[in-house]
Design a protein around this ligand. Sequence first.
Ligand SMILES: [Zn+2]
Ligand SMILES: [Zn+2]
Length: 338
Amino acid sequence: MKTYLISPDKKQYKANLHCHSVLSDGRKTPEELKELYKSHGYDILAITDHERPHDHQAMSDKDFLMLTGYECYIRPNARYDKYDREVHLNLFARDPHNVKMINFDERYVHYLKRDNAIGELVRVGDERPREFSAAYINEYIKTAKEHGYIVTYNHPYWSMEDEADILAYEGLFSLEICNYGSYLINNLDYCGALYDKMLCKGKRMFCHGADDNHNAHPVDGPYCDSFGAFTMIMPDAFTYDSVFSAMETGEMYASMGPLFKEVSVENGSIHIECSDAKSIFLYMGSKTPACRIAEEGKSVNCADFKIDENARYVRVSVRDEKGRWADTRGFFPDEFGF
Ligand SMILES: [Zn+2]
Ligand SMILES: [Zn+2]
């Protein structure tokens, strides 16, 4: 029996799941961001301003969906210190009109001085000063989930966190495997190797790519932080509910350019079809991923690999001629039929 990890029959929708507007420290208005992304071929945008959720549903239309969410952060001291660790999480709301603020701490909401509507928001959770500990971060994630959010872990290298730090966090649904803002400006945060280390340890977490754009520079210049990393989502229908469910169940993959057409498993082998690439890798949690590499001047767009009997998981990564990656999530043996 063939098991589809990415089905050729499911429509894929292009999403930017991490984005800042003038409502926090971005330079473009929510309306400008919607038009910009829509005109660049995107179908879905989550404007995830710092520390304050906004309901942008009035901007959704039949061809374009706004997701409700926000980005929170937790630091050893509330102040920014570029030499210290900090954790950033994106929260996405199951209910598009849910704008509950989790664990409000006034030391973290300096961005909101431009916006005087905090008083109208529902605040939930523990409002003691935020603590930088795994126990506190886990409590934060748990509270967010109890109040209808799913939670991603953002830009691990920019955050100066390593594998052991992230392994201690529970209840995250996805790792931001590419944060284009810090990839472009800081040469950080393409996190394929880190993601594999987490999967090797049995951490069940999906992966996604996002811009984390602030648009401080012109969109047609070399410092443009938009349109660099994205997530392809494969919902059953193009509705908020369906898109959210697809994210929640891992019907998505991360990309900086290449696209997957099919990934399927049958009789112990994996079949991969993708857009033109220079190399296709299959990771299984071992020292030796399988690979197919194109000859000089040529490209590859399919590969078949035998899956090791004792593979810890399977995950496909492809790289195109511009060095841009696309990455599936990790699929564990109980998901691919071993
Ligand atoms: Zn961040
Ligand atoms: Zn951000």
